[in-house]
Design a protein around this ligand. Structure first.
Ligand code: GTQ
Length: 347
């Protein structure tokens, strides 16, 4: 580092430290321990209408098998080439064409799938298959074998959300290809929903996936109905509107170990007051249009758009028609490690 403003004596002293790979804290203390977080990530909106044709074009260039995962990574403008959408979160759009399969593998990062198009896509996780329909939130736990496919005659597209940048920071990304194209099924479709997803639990319930919810598909029709009925039954929260979080039925915590997930519903004309929190977020518009203000920028969004929200920037929403918006964030890590903070503003 240059320390341009330092006196000649101090600079001469720093020059002696550098070859020993040592540095004076007092020159950087205000930067490494700032008064409040300064996010390097940029707020950014990816317009689905612009990306969809390019994703389909990738479908002509290579097969899902060839690609292993045919995905356009939504890269934050501050992190070009780094496969991340915020400092800690990865998001991408994955395409599976009719009849294709994406081969089985497993990895230490957790993955979520938020279904955008198609009704006949499926994923297999640890021996159980689930059919994925628009708006469904589907989980792949760490180190669980998984493969995907499309048995319909329309393209299947979903948003992937992974905690890859967090595991990269901890230098703990491992992966493993399965020896066959598909991992064998060992339970009927709907098994985990029956055991864990009906307000009932097995007597000695523990999650087969450790800290990850044993429900691996949270279907949209149920989520949507819960939000609509919740909005009818209560005055919406001024900052959160009507928000329900996806929970792990075993302990009531977040559904995934590192990524918090929730859905927010605003009625036409409704808006939220600004708030900020230390977690960074990715939002995906399921239904509706409106605008999101992040710091001093306002983005107009429509259905299926994706937005990156850096941490500790004031954010608020305005709905031009009834909106359902999915969010994922690194909040689960912030809470577990004790550094989650938020601030709610009255205007
Ligand atoms: O579907 O397993 O977007 O392993 C990135 C890495 C998806 C997946 C991604 C992956 C996957």
């Amino acid at each position: 580092m240059a320390y341009e403003s330092a006196s000649p004596e101090r600079r001469a002293y720093y020059d002696k430290l550098a070859p020993l790979h040592t540095a004076p804290l007092w020159e950087v203390l205000g930067t490494i321990v700032p008064r409040e977080p300064t996010s390097k990530s940029k707020a950014h909106l990816w317009r689905y209408g612009a990306l969809r044709p390019l994703l389909l074009e990738a479908g002509e260039l290579l097969t899902a098998r060839e690609a292993e995962r045919r995905v356009l990574v939504l890269e934050n403008p501050a992190y070009a080439g780094q496969s991340r959408s915020t400092s800690t979160l990865y998001a991408g759009l994955q395409l599976i064409l009719p009849g294709e399969t994406a081969p089985a593998h497993r990895h230490t990062p957790s993955a979520l799938r938020f279904m955008i198009e198609g009704e006949q896509g499926f994923t297999e996780v640890g021996g159980e298959r689930t059919t994925m329909r628009e708006g469904d939130f589907v989980i792949t736990p760490p180190w669980a074998w998984h493969d995907h496919g499309n048995e319909g005659d329309e393209p299947v597209i979903w948003m992937d959300g992974l905690d890859i940048p967090i595991l990269q920071y901890f230098e703990s990304v491992f992966s493993d290809p399965y020896e066959e194209e598909q991992h064998p099924l060992s339970r009927p479709e709907g098994d985990s929903m029956a055991r864990y997803g009906q307000g009932l639990l097995p007597m000695d319930a523990t999650s087969p996936y450790g800290m990850t919810s044993p429900i691996f598909n949270y279907p949209y029709d149920r989520t949507r109905e819960a939000l609509v009925k919740s909005a009818q039954g209560a005055v919406p929260d001024p900052h959160l509107a009507t928000t329900l979080r996806y929970s792990n039925p075993i302990d009531g915590g977040w559904a995934m170990p590192a990524m918090a997930t929730w859905m927010t519903h605003l009625k036409r004309g409704q808006s939220t007051l600004p708030m900020r929190s230390t977690d960074s977020q990715v939002m995906h518009v399921v239904e509706g249009s409106g605008s999101v203000t992040i710091g001093d920028q306002t983005f107009n969004f429509g259905p299926k758009d994706v937005v990156a929200l850096p941490g500790w920037q004031r954010r608020s929403l305005v709905a031009s028609d009834d909106c359902f918006v999915f969010f994922f964030s690194d909040r689960a890590v912030h809470e577990k490690l004790g550094f989650y903070r938020e601030q709610r503003f009255s205007a």
